[in-house]
Design a protein around this ligand. Structure first.
Ligand code: URA
Length: 280
């Protein structure tokens, strides 16, 4: 093969990767994700730093108890989805605080998305806030920074929140799935189901008064709705956190609003309803 042939073959391979959704290189050398003696997940320095900055300031957050957390929770890929859901339920139930839940998720190997993501994207904002927003899954920017909604749609979410007097000190923000799906694809129902017990426990531990689902996957997963977001949005639903009943509403995802700016008027109505609910 000449060097021109090799270059052509490399270009074709890269084009194939791009079409398949591979848009970021993670490591210089390949990793055998199926090796059984692979060490369990590496801690994420950027997320650790962000956590130290954000969650350390939370006065109402439950104190981290000095106790052993399981070293590995469900081996990656090797277990069936049903076993992964069971392991997720067990692990999530055992978390006594948001810090413990985060630590358990860092070690949870039941969701294969963790193997392609750079790091866990757990939450941002104030866990003591009265309102919690739940999106779909981290995108590229979130995967890099280790925080939810920091990219273009995050900037729009910040503006929408600001319009009703909210910011990241008065709102808590997370995603149904805490790892970036490759190429920003929608998480599969199976991936959402595996991560759901962690999200339900996160809601229970954060204990907001108002829960806002951003977009369809979050709405369908948390509110059990079969209808599309345009039908479901803007209405209040009762939501059982496990300890009490709160109010939940679905609204349009900021990424959708970036593509369909005319629909912002619907989101504006929803945000006014949120503002009113927070005033009571
Ligand atoms: N979209 C989401 O649903 N969540 C993020 O964190 C970013 C974009």
């Amino acid at each position: 093969m000449t060097s021109t042939d090799r270059e052509g073959a490399a270009r074709e391979l890269l084009a194939f990767y791009r079409e398949a959704g591979v848009d970021a290189l993670l490591e210089e050398t390949p990793t055998d994700r199926f090796a059984t003696d692979r060490p369990s997940a590496v801690p994420a320095p950027r997320a650790e730093a962000a956590r130290a900055k954000g969650e350390a300031s939370s006065a109402r957050a439950a104190p981290t108890r000095e106790r052993e957390l399981p070293g590995r929770v469900a081996a990656a890929v090797a277990v069936s989805p049903e076993a992964a859901v069971m392991a997720a339920r067990e692990a999530a139930k055992s978390a006594a605080s948001l810090e413990e839940l985060r630590a358990l998720l860092e070690r949870f190997e039941g969701c294969a998305l963790r193997t392609t993501a750079t790091q866990l994207v757990f939450a941002d904002g104030n866990p003591q806030a009265r309102v919690m927003f739940v999106g779909e899954a981290p995108g590229r920017d979130e995967d890099i920074e280790g925080l939810p909604f920091v990219g273009r749609s995050g900037k729009l979410l910040d503006r929408m929140m600001a319009a009703i007097g909210l910011d990241r000190t008065s709102a808590y923000i997370a995603n149904i799935v805490p790892w970036r799906p490759p190429g920003n694809r929608t998480p599969t129902p199976q991936e959402s189901a595996i991560c759901l017990p962690f999200m339900l426990r996160q809601i229970e531990l954060a204990d907001p008064d108002i829960l806002i689902c951003l977009g369809n996957p979050s709405t369908q997963t948390l509110l059990n709705s079969k209808e599309g977001i345009l039908k479901t949005r803007g209405r209040w639903f009762p939501f059982h956190t496990g300890t009490r009943e709160i109010r939940a509403m679905a609204t349009l995802h900021p990424a959708y609003l970036l593509r369909q700016p005319l629909q912002k008027r619907l989101a504006w109505r929803d945000f006014l309803a949120i503002k009113k609910a927070l005033a009571t």
